[in-house]
Write a protein that binds this ligand. Sequence first.
Ligand code: 0WE
Length: 195
Amino acid sequence: MPCDVTKDEDIDRVFAEVGQKFGKLHLLLHSVAFAPKAALEGHFVDTTREAYLLAHNVSAYSLVALARGAAPLMTDGGSIIGMSYYGAEKVVPHYNVMGVAKASLEASTRYLAYDLGPKKIRVNCISAGPVNTLAARGIAGFSEMLKTYELRSPLKRNLVPEELGATGVFLASDGAACITGQVIYVDGGYCIMGM
Ligand code: 0WE
């Protein structure tokens, strides 16, 4: 089903259809982000108001709106998963406004976890190391980033997408029944390094 996450009508329609088709929902995976290309190329200080608001609307507020739509269908409890990146926490050159939006996504994860915990709905983020996706291919210096993870991460390699899937399955399962409000790094341990 198409869903423009900047439109409340789209979100309402999707969850109404999910309710009709399935009656309930156990898992919501939020995997959507956008910042205008220009904002990811120049200096963060030059981020326009328009680019800042668009990045936060699509990449962070959408988690709140989707969680509100999903929660009434999660009558057995549920698992909500967002996708984040280390640029939320530390400065990654050129990640710019996306880093600020991911910081907002991670903080929203904690506040949603608090609100929805009494309904047995858990809310967590997976913070992924770099993955060679279509969106990543346009990013200047991306192949250098992959090499840096190979060289510097404790596991001395990049992740494979199946490992993100496996972490998602874990977070959706009862194995993670007492885990909420967390950011789980799937990055070969890269984020623990100081040098
Ligand atoms: O979150 C992301 C990227 C998401 C993204 C990608 C694009 C490319 C095309 C958001 N908006 C756009 N807008 C476009 O016009 N990542 C974690 C991947 C990523 O993006 C970077 C990175 C990494 C890693 C940008 C700069 C530096 C590092």
